[in-house]
Design a protein around this ligand. Structure first.
Ligand SMILES: Cc1ncc(COP(=O)(O)O)c(C=O)c1O
Length: 380
């Protein structure tokens, strides 16, 4: 018999999401769970988005606008670009997969940093592309010189993903650093700047990706409604890029890839300046509280420009990460171990509501006290 599929497809690994609340309730018999695993907005959903969706619930028999006219027009206004520069995706995730499908064939090279968002790697592997993964620096920053060298040493490089800020580290590069990097990159290489956490960034020299897209045609910016706008369940993200790339990308997507509910939610959310402002202020206030609490308990915290922190257990913590994770799950707290990013002693934690952050710190006190007393791992 002929093989069912090509070997690069049998080698694919599934995406590992944050542990769902319902599964944790079933497995650990707990309620009142604080899910701090997927960088969702702890303030909930944009209220303007929810009202807009309510107003159209009885129109669910109609197919969505395949061209997402109203949403594109609103995004165009928001970023001061023309709608033809925009493609709407079923989450940014879909756009990442489609960019890989569009640009990578077997033998082409995808250049990526590592650890960085795992979906870039997954998209490249689906195409049978070769991935060149350039390690982050010791401080978990992008090694932009290393990336430029990797791109230039491999003529088959077609596509580069830059997560800024990066997931799972929360680190960010500046606009000047990006420009210095791009000056070294051949013009025909497509550079994707994934700004899933852009709304949380506090930097004087923050990247202005739209300005870069306007100057360098083969640059694509990605944004999502899943984080600061609180629309993770709706699945909406968008790409802004040159018309040549965007037109091709748009032809690859399914006609009705984004539901009407998602389209109206996202359109309204862009008007919800108050909600985004509140989300950002909450994050600015709570991120240092959580970081300092974690540091006070002996944990190593990577400085972050996002709504999450990457946290590392020191060698003398007296507990390993899988045991710590189980102990937290038993206390109804879901964080995200990042062993699959090659960081076996680290986890990622979303900045939660003030009481959730405090619950995590209190739980850590109990878990570390038990570890010191030699109690069985995970017992509440
Ligand atoms: C860097 C980065 N890009 C993209 C995404 C995907 O976002 P979306 O919900 O729009 O698919 C995430 C989600 O965690 C992310 O961290």
């Amino acid at each position: 018999m002929r093989p069912l599929v090509e070997p690069h497809l049998t080698a694919l690994l599934p995406y590992v999401p944050g542990k769902p609340i319902e599964e944790t309730e079933r497995e650990y018999g707990v309620t009142n769970i604080a899910k701090l695993a997927s960088n969702e907005n702890c303030l909930g959903t944009s209220p303007l988005a929810t009202s807009a969706v309510r107003a159209m619930l009885d129109k669910a028999h109609l197919y969505p606008d395949a061209g997402a006219f109203a949403l594109k027009a609103r995004i165009a206004q928001f970023h001061d670009v023309e709608p033809k520069h925009i493609v709407i995706g079923n989450g940014t995730n879909e756009l990442i997969t489609l960019l890989c499908r569009l640009l990578l064939a077997k033998g082409d090279v995808l250049v990526n940093a590592w650890p960085s968002f795992v979906c870039y790697r997954m998209g490249g592997r689906q195409q049978g592309a070769t991935e060149v993964a350039v390690p982050l620096t010791a401080d978990f920053d992008y090694d932009l010189d290393g990336l430029a060298a990797a791109i230039n040493s491999e003529v088959r490089t077609k596509l580069v993903f830059l997560a800024n800020p990066n997931n799972p580290t929360g680190r960010c590069f500046t606009h000047s650093e990006l420009l210095a990097f791009l000056a070294k990159i051949p013009n025909d290489v497509v550079v994707v700047i994934d700004e899933a956490y852009a709304e949380y960034v506090n930097l004087d020299d923050a990247v202005d990706a739209v300005a870069v897209v306007k100057r360098r045609p083969r640059t694509v910016m990605l944004r999502t409604f899943s984080k600061a706008y609180g629309l993770g369940a709706y699945r909406v993200g968008y790409a802004i890029g040159d018309v040549e790339v965007m037109d091709l990308l748009d032809r690859l997507r399914d006609a009705f890839n984004v539901s009407s509910l998602a389209q109206v939610a996202a359109t309204a959310a862009l008007d919800d300046v108050e909600f985004v402002h509140r989300s950002r202020s909450h994050n600015d206030a709570q991120r240092p509280v959580l970081a300092e609490g974690l540091i006070a308990r002996g944990l190593i915290v990577t400085p972050s420009q996002t709504n999450f922190l990457m946290v590392t257990l020191p060698d003398d913590a007296g507990i390993d990460l899988p045991s710590l994770n189980v102990a937290l799950l038993r206390r109804a707290l879901i964080v995200r171990p990042v062993a699959n990013y090659g960081l076996p002693r680290s986890f990622r934690v979303t900045i939660g509501a003030a009481d959730e952050n405090q619950r995590l710190l209190t739980a850590l006190d109990a878990v570390f006290a038990e570890a010191r007393a030699g109690a069985p791992a995970g017992s509440p």
